[in-house]
Write a protein that binds this ligand. Structure first.
Ligand code: ZN
Ligand code: ZN
Ligand code: ZN
Length: 365
């Protein structure tokens, strides 16, 4: 990936200036990877990008990790300030900021670091950096879209393969480990999550695969994803083992139609909440509005969940290059649940699916 880090840094600095911020303080995590191409482990030793509008960006880094940082794009993009274990890195950050600074701190900054920063800058104010970086990261460039599309296609291959394996008589966690193995076999660098909810467990949206033995007649929710070149896949299909449970077909059709309605609502200039409404109105019309217990979708990129949320109350206008999930669901406690999830990208004309596994009901054995 040849990310244009200088352009990203200047977009972030401009957005910070627009919000009246004196600096963005970015710890290790997805924002740092996005801005500098540097992804160290978050540790108790402070690593922090200090990005001030109109000033050279500075990366405060433990002296022992300075060679690591210097070998990444960060080495050319920022002034590296190394600190040793006998130095105070928080004072170093404080030294280059005004006493009453307005600061935005990365959402992944550990509380232990933030508390020490607050101690050296008692007159400063702090807000989350995601309100500044989230909207920048939400719009993907061509390389990012390519990585997300490859991840989506690989996830489609995983679904095709898992459907040819036996379900009845196996435990949820056995199917989950097959999903994890297949994610890597099909080109993910690692599996990130594998939800397998069978029978009544399918009615719990974030069910952790457990020891329940899958039986004929079960609905099974499969929600899985992994990472390709730093970007994530995330897809859900609901399958049935033989004949599904009573009442299953009507619920399944409502979810499938809701997902399609959401997809058809996506386009540039459309408020995010309109996409949620499109899905929700189909499920409400089918009589299950109360059982659709979560938002319609979430942005995806360097994180599985990022901006924009596809939810009532989010009037963010969709723009070409935004990528997010569409994942309506209906959950009938004690009986079964259905969710269908694809990642889509907003295009100049409308939308494109980055996942395209069959949405018609798949029967497994
Ligand atoms: Zn989820
Ligand atoms: Zn998912
Ligand atoms: Zn999702």
């Amino acid at each position: 990936m040849n990310a244009d880090h200088p352009a990203r840094l200047s977009r972030a600095a401009a957005a910070a200036r627009e919000r009246g911020l004196d600096a963005l303080l970015v710890p290790p995590g997805p924002d740092l990877v996005y801005l500098l191409g540097y992804g160290p482990m978050p540790l108790e030793r402070l690593t922090m990008l200090v990005l001030r509008p109109g000033a050279e960006p500075v990366l405060i880094v433990p002296e022992l990790e300075r060679p690591l940082a210097a070998a990444t794009p960060a080495g050319e993009l920022v002034v590296l300030i190394g600190w040793r274990d006998t130095d105070d890195p928080y004072a170093e950050v404080g030294r280059i900021l005004p006493a009453a600074a307005r600061l935005a701190v990365g959402d992944h900054l550990w509380a232990s670091h933030l508390l020490k920063l607050q101690a050296v800058l008692p007159a400063a104010s702090f807000e989350p950096a995601s309100s500044t970086t989230g909207s920048i990261r939400a719009v993907k460039d061509a390389d990012e879209l390519d990585a997300l599309a490859r991840a989506g296609r690989a996830a489609d291959d995983v679904f095709r393969d898992i459907c040819s394996l036996p379900f009845a008589g196996r435990r949820e966690d056995e199917v989950a480990s097959d999903l994890a193995r297949l994610l890597v076999e099909h080109g993910h660098h690692r599996a990130d999550f594998t939800i397998v909810g069978s029978g009544p467990n399918s009615a719990s949206p974030h069910h952790e695969a457990g020891t329940r033995e899958i039986r004929t007649g079960d609905a099974v929710v499969l929600d899985f994803g992994g990472e390709v070149d730093g970007y994530f896949s995330d897809t859900t299909r609901t399958v049935v083992v033989g004949d599904g449970p009573d009442g299953f077909k009507a619920v399944y059709d409502a979810v499938r139609d809701a997902q399609q309605a959401a997809f058809e609502a996506v386009g540039p200039g459309v408020p995010a909440e309109h996409v949620d409404r499109a899905a929700r109105s189909v499920i409400e019309a089918a009589g299950y509005g109360e059982r659709f217990v979560h938002r319609t979708g979430h942005g995806i990129g360097l994180e599985v969940h990022e901006a924009p949320d596809i939810v009532e109350g989010n009037d963010t206008l969709l723009a070409p290059g935004m990528t997010f999930s569409l994942e309506p669901g209906i959950y009938l406690e004690g009986r079964f649940g259905v969710r269908i999830e694809d990642i889509v990208a907003v295009t100049a004309e409308g939308a494109e699916r980055l996942n395209d596994s069959p949405r018609d009901l798949q029967v497994v054995t």
